[in-house]
Write a protein that binds this ligand. Structure first.
Ligand code: PNS
Length: 204
């Protein structure tokens, strides 16, 4: 296999519903590229939206809602970021629980833990795409290498959604900083997260 090769990628076209069409096949020159919808008109599309989600914010919720206009299901994947190891405010189970509560009313949304490599998780779920939100050029610079690496590792394509202006300044890090200093974060996070922040920071 070439640099983008990997058996996982090339096999996916044969995996049936829920799996992306390998781009080596779509671009093989044997005819016009066949769209995924053309090949699997009834297949469910599933996107994985990975991140630390420490905690989930209104900006994240907006990305999930918008991704659901493109995909049948969106899995918010609570994944491990080695660079943030030991720096989380909430443990992974709490982040999972908060995200589940925040997304409970959104049909098609799901929350799960991503225990290892994101690309492996996506393959296991038969994911159509990885979804990421982009707030600015700094996000883009960080995300493009990850998107390419995830492809090299046999994961699906990454689809970037531009953050809505109302959410472009919202980040989990800023939310935590404001909350730690007693500021009001109620417009930046769902109510269940605001309550959890107060409790975690001993402000109740
Ligand atoms: O919200 P974050 O912390 O910026 O998200 C980064 C995250 C968790 C998506 C990234 O670190 C990740 O994908 N971790 C899972 C392990 C993995 O697959 N690492 C290689 C990524 S190219």
């Amino acid at each position: 296999p070439g640099p983008r090769g990997g058996q996982g990628r090339d096999r996916r076209g044969e995996d049936g519903p829920g799996c992306a069409v390998g781009h080596s096949e779509a671009g093989s020159g044997a005819g016009p590229p066949t769209s995924r919808a053309g090949r699997y008109p009834h297949a469910m599309t599933l996107a994985v939206y990975p991140g630390s989600f420490d905690p989930i914010t209104t900006g994240h919720l907006d990305v999930v809602a918008r991704a659901l206009t493109l995909f049948d299901r969106v899995v918010v994947g609570i994944a491990h970021n080695a660079a943030k190891s030991g720096h989380h405010l909430f443990d992974a189970e709490t982040r999972l629980s908060l995200a589940r509560q925040a997304l409970a009313q959104l049909p098609g949304a799901e929350v799960d833990l991503v225990p290892g490599l994101l690309a492996d998780y996506c393959r296991g779920r038969g994911a159509t795409a990885i979804v990421k939100g982009l707030r600015n050029g700094t996000d883009l610079d960080a995300e493009v290498p990850m998107a390419l690496l995830n492809r090299d590792l046999g994961g699906p394509e990454t689809v970037f959604l531009a953050a809505a202006p109302a959410h472009a300044h919202v980040s989990s890090s800023l939310v935590k900083d404001v909350a730690r200093h007693g500021g009001d974060v109620s417009a930046l996070v769902p109510p269940v997260v605001a309550a959890a922040l107060r409790q975690e920071l001993g402000q109740d």
